[in-house]
Write a protein that binds this ligand. Sequence first.
Ligand SMILES: [Zn+2]
Ligand SMILES: [Zn+2]
Length: 821
Amino acid sequence: MEPTDTDRYDPDAIEAKWQAVWAAEGSFTVPNPEPGAESEGRSTYVLEMLPYPSGELHMGHVFNYTLGDVFTHVRRRQGYTVLRPMGYDAFGLNSENAAIKEGGHPRDITNRNIEAIRRQMKRMGWAIDWSREVSTAEPEYYRWTQWLFLRFYERGLSYRREAPVKWCPKDQTVLANEQVIDGRCERCGTEVESKSLTQWFFKITEYADQLLDEMEALESWPERVLTMQRNWIGRSEGARVIFTVDGGGEELPVFTTRPDTLFGATFFALAPEHPLISELTAGTEHERAVADYVRHTAARSTVERETKEKDGVFTGRYAVNPVNGEAIPIWVADYVLMEYGTGAIMAVPGHDERDHQFAERYGLEIRQVVAPAGGSASADAGAYVAHTDDEVLVNSGEFTGLTAPEGKRAITAWLDERGVGEATIGYRLRDWLLSRQRYWGCPIPVIHCDACGVVPVPDDQLPVLLPEIDDYLPKGRSPLASAEEWVAVACPSCGGEGRRETDTMDTFVDSSWYFLRYADARNDAAAWDQQIVDFWLPVKQYIGGIEHAVLHLMYARFFTKALNDMDLLGFREPFSRLFTQGMIYRHGAKMSKSKGNVVSPDDAVERYGADALRLYILYMGPAEQDKEWSDAGIEGTARLVDRVWRLALEVAARGEVGAPADGELVRAAHRTIDRVSDDILRRFQFHTPIAALFELVNETYRVKDDPSRAGEVRFATETVLSLIQPYAPHVAEELWERLGGNRLWETAWPVADPTLVATDVVEIAVQVNGKLRDRLQVPAGTAEDELIALALGSERVQAYLGEGSPRRTIVVPDRLVNVVA
Ligand SMILES: [Zn+2]
Ligand SMILES: [Zn+2]
């Protein structure tokens, strides 16, 4: 027999039907406020990190955007105006590499991917305001990226300098520190090399303290993300100490967090990239060996340099320690990194593990200068002595006997008085290197002129459009350099011959302000209207992956602060609340093509429908944790959809019946409203509401054939539809209509009646050593630890317990607590 309409939900037909309605009427489009309008707390901005269109959507995207969608629907139905836009982080290596490999223009490849993603998003039925869609690679967008770059340049927040850079030999491009993960290129996994180039930077270090201090305002950010940002900024208090080259006088400043160990410095070490090295060794017998060493280490990755056995080479020169006038040998050592501190260290092998390893290897002196309080200097002068909390200075001249904190202060003050050092603060954070020698990025809008230097492209000549070229393959210089007609341009300042900058920007620049553009996406006269941006922002709920904790999230905060200082924005933090979701695994590994464990969203939708996928992706487990995909799991939510389908059609066929004021099923429905609302809105939990809906559907099925409870069944069924709507908007809408309702997506979110939520009261027997001593009246389902607390709080129990504390407690929920004294 042909299955009928009443047997199974038909996702193809019904999901397409409602998607067409929402598209035709722009159901989720929100207009911008009238000038002068105040948000009055009823407008909100829900944002998920925008996709990088490298291919099609994967399950991680489906998770991210479904979570944002559920939250958006609930907020809308609570009466909020919700801004929920979408766009594409469209520049970047993926399309460019595809163009090199397969031919074609990166733009066409990008746009093809965007089309595929857009189609998938629409197929998922997400409530997106499509009128604000942006692609960061369109001139309408990158014109303003360039405009913003120039504002940073005017303020001295973007600048150019020669710098050793991290270089990916495979991608033939420079990488930011943040894009080097364990010494490898974040994008392709190739081991990173070092190279020296003139590069553009953003002065994010100027905002180091503000990025730290203003974290106070980010209460609802995950502590893990805040910790990662704090560590990345890496603020530490210490001293700048100026050593000098013996017999030369050049200053060699170092930063140390332990100036109290200055008497223990027995050698000095420079990073291989240190600019003074060739000068120090010029014309000496050491020149050749040092130059060889420097060349050799340049090819080593940072991680190799930091983890392998330390090595180095002696320069033949000495540095004078300002505190005792001692001349100590200057080495070049590759465990010293140019990008940290000053690229030079005073080595204290007695109390620093890495210095100790190096000293042991090369037979350098090891001197103890701190010892645990009450103890004395170790008998073995060459031993490494770890720091302790209470240590005191030894072998430290006039400072001997001081505690370490006293010693720190005293030695720093001594250096300061003599002009050879000062208290200072060090940071791990480096300036943001934004130059890329690649084609598919936003051109940096400056012109180089021999007479005038760097000249910004005037605002009215923006955008500087990407030139059309034939060969995207980087050959150590930017592919843009081959567009000679494009490069040659008149200097805007003197009219002489100028050359366009050929570097493009790191794509993280594009994504550092897209959330601002969304608010005023179609503005062709400005990057945004401040009044509109101030109306919508800061983003009230941002959702994305933890992998962006120190990249995108740090840059976006920096941009927002700088733009606020330029009076272009009325706020200093872009995202008030942040939620970072876990990853989706299958067969124990992250889904990836190479592992062959990918489930494509298209396949899942085709087989089960968007609603079943939307339900399953959030039902898998707590949103913040990593989760394992199971095919049986999605079959379960598909069955739930079918059960709801059959139930509602059966109820619809019976026609109107008035809902009773009370009854066990009515109470269950109110408890479910309470649970679902509380989980989503207060706890930001999305899997437990689905479990609650499974239960309510089961309870309704149990009594649905009892004619005396038809009213209760109808109320429970309507409640199921109303609560499942954010998760499964298509089936919910269809059934709501069949039950005689209209536009569930705009229907007020249900509110539980508190008198009906209250569960039954049960009596708990409280025993001490197995003897009944008290009885407590508590709500059914009271948690174990709460029952224990109530039992121990009972006066009669306390009387029997006396002074002794309970050895253990035994709890039978809803029945008994036994305290064993
Ligand atoms: Zn790479
Ligand atoms: Zn000029």
